[in-house]
Design a protein around this ligand. Sequence first.
Ligand SMILES: CC(C)(COP(=O)(O)OP(=O)(O)OC[C@H]1O[C@@H](n2cnc3c(N)ncnc32)[C@H](O)[C@@H]1OP(=O)(O)O)[C@@H](O)C(=O)NCCC(=O)NCCS
Length: 169
Amino acid sequence: MIHLRLATPDDSEFLYNLKKQTLKEYITQIWGWNEKDQRDYYKKIFEPDKYHIIQQNGEDIGCLSIEEQHNKIMLNIIEITPEYQNKGIGSKLVKTGLQIAKENNFDIVIVVGHPKYYPRFGFKPAGNWGIKHPFDVPNDVFLALELKDNALKNCRGKVEYPKEYYEAM
Ligand SMILES: CC(C)(COP(=O)(O)OP(=O)(O)OC[C@H]1O[C@@H](n2cnc3c(N)ncnc32)[C@H](O)[C@@H]1OP(=O)(O)O)[C@@H](O)C(=O)NCCC(=O)NCCS
C-alpha cells in the first residue's frame, strides 16, 4: 500500500541520495554534476516540510514535493527509487494529485520534468502559452496543464518560484 508521510530533518541523507540516484543523469546532461556543489545547493534549499516521503508497506521508496501558489500548483519533484520504478506508482500519484488539485479548485499545474512522461497526463510545453521558466531549462521539459478550460489562455511571462530557489542559484 502506498502512503505519504511528511519528511523530517532525518530524511535529509535519504532524499539527497534519492536525488542522486534518480536525477544525476539528467542534471549531468543539462548543467553537469559537481558533488560538492550539489551537496551545498541541497543543504541550502532543503526544507523537510516541503517534501513528502512516499512509502510502500512502510518502506521509503521515493519523494514528492509540491508548491501551491494562488491558483496554481508546481509539481517540483517526484522521484521513485529505481527498484520501484515502472510499477505504476508514479502514475498513480500524479493522477491522484491532479484529481485532488481539481477538486480543490486549482486552475493550473506546472512541472519541470521528462517530456515523454508528463504528456501522458495531458501536460504540454508551457511555451505553447508563452510562459517562460526563470532559469535556463530546455523548452521541452517545462510543461503545464490546464485543470480548467482556457485557464492559461491569458497567461504570459515568467513563472515565479519561492525566493530560496533564486538565492541558492
Ligand atoms: C518519472 C518517475 C517518477 C515515474 O514513476 P514510475 O513509478 O517509475 O512511473 P510509472 O510506473 O507510473 O510509469 C511507467 C512509465 O513511465 C515511463 N517512464 C518512467 N520514467 C520515465 C522518464 N524519466 N521519462 C520518460 N518516461 C518515463 C516508463 O517507460 C513507463 O512507460 P510505459 O507505461 O509506456 O511502459 C520515476 O521513474 C522516477 O523517479 N524517475 C527519475 C526521476 C524523474 O525523472 N522524475 C521526474 C522529474 S521531477
